[in-house]
Design a protein around this ligand. Structure first.
Ligand code: SF4
Ligand code: SF4
Length: 338
């Protein structure tokens, strides 16, 4: 059975126990990898599950029918805490489609006033949604970096994963962003793209794929961008269910664990990042957030702490973490190890 964008939101979640021989923590111990959070450079904020798309690999299980969305009160508290933590340099805003959250612009402006580097994880097609007419110019004015998903430069592949028509709209959006200066040398407006595999396999070499993307997009469509990030599909939520339905979950977990890379494991992004949910809950990363595995093993929100440093300590690793350490490794900013 194929999981399509039409039935994906209505599929019943099975009990998911990842089939794996060596638990991830044992693998770390065997390889003498000790990773904990002792500093913070990045705050990742998930503004909610509302999205104009419903992609087959989405670990957030986002869609148009999702109601979970960040309130102005949560945004205000985040900005207060960011003021207490000047060592956090990067604010990485994600969703769903974060631009659809009514508090998105207040969060961006507040972070800008605090001198943070701001990332918007933009799915591109959202820029053509109703009420988003001013968003591109707003992103330019606030020098927001854009990280945009484009799982392939071929139309058929993008539409299979992200829904019919997604490729055409994504290309339109990239052309518009280029015209505004994004991805162009000398403008300071950064446009990075994300590739993730279309199935149960690891991404190819990031540098080689970036060169192919740059050539194809420039020659075929006159589109430019700064960097390409390759991201491994995590064996959780929608993608895990898709694997399970297709009887590929065990073999995918074997691929991930067989390709465990110590050099990636010592660099996992949760070392110096924490993730905030739409309701203010604190997590080690966006994946743990979706699995509701709280930071430091106890449920806490941003209203329970006075400083983000209170989240220092052990990271709640589990078997899905093999997705971050396989091959060249994977993080929200791409490969972790050469
Ligand atoms: S655009 Fe992103 S958040 Fe929205 S459904 Fe696709 S993967 Fe999920
Ligand atoms: S899934 Fe999250 S907690 Fe696990 S290694 Fe990756 S970033 Fe860290």
């Amino acid at each position: 059975m194929n999981l399509t964008n039409n039935n994906i939101n209505h599929y019943q979640e099975p009990t998911l126990i990842l089939p794996i021989k060596v638990p991830f923590q044992n693998k770390l111990d065997e390889n003498q990898v000790k990773v904990s959070r002792t500093s913070l450079t990045t705050l990742q904020i998930n503004m909610g599950k509302l999205c104009n798309q419903a992609c087959t690999h989405c670990h957030v299980e986002a869609g148009r029918d999702r109601k979970e969305i960040m309130t102005a009160e949560v945004v205000e508290r985040i900005l207060f805490l960011l003021g207490e933590n000047p060592e956090i340099k990067i604010v990485d805003i994600t969703g769903g489609a974060p631009e659809m959250c009514p508090s998105f612009k207040a969060l961006v402006k507040g972070c800008r006033n605090l001198g943070k580097e701001i990332i918007d994880r933009c799915n591109l097609t959202v820029l053509f949604e109703k009420d988003q007419e001013t968003t591109p110019q707003f992103l330019v004015e606030n020098n927001v970096r854009i990280i945009a998903s484009l799982p392939c430069y071929l139309e058929e592949n993008v539409d299979t994963q992200r829904g019919k028509g997604a490729h055409k709209k994504s290309i339109q959006a990239l052309k518009m962003l280029n015209r505004m200066g994004y991805g162009k040398a000398g403008t300071g407006l950064i446009l990075n793209l994300v590739y993730n595999p279309l199935g149960a396999f690891l991404p190819p070499d990031q540098k080689t794929l970036e060169e192919a993307y740059k050539t194809r997009l420039k020659e075929d469509l006159d589109i430019e961008f700064n960097q390409l990030f390759t991201i491994t599909n995590m064996p959780i939520k929608r993608f895990a269910r898709l694997l399970e339905i297709n009887n590929e979950l065990s073999s995918y977990m074997k691929t991930l664990s067989d390709n465990f890379n110590k050099n990636a494991a010592v660099n996992v992004m949760c070392k110096d990042l924490i993730s905030i949910g739409w309701d203010g809950q604190i997590y080690d990363c966006d994946f743990n957030q979706m699995l509701e595995i709280p930071v430091n093993g106890k449920k806490r929100t941003i209203f329970d702490i006075q400083n983000f440093n209170e989240t220092f300590g052990c990271i709640a690793f589990s078997n899905h973490c093999y997705g971050c350490t396989a091959g060249a490794g994977s993080s929200c900013t791409g490969a972790l190890a050469a």
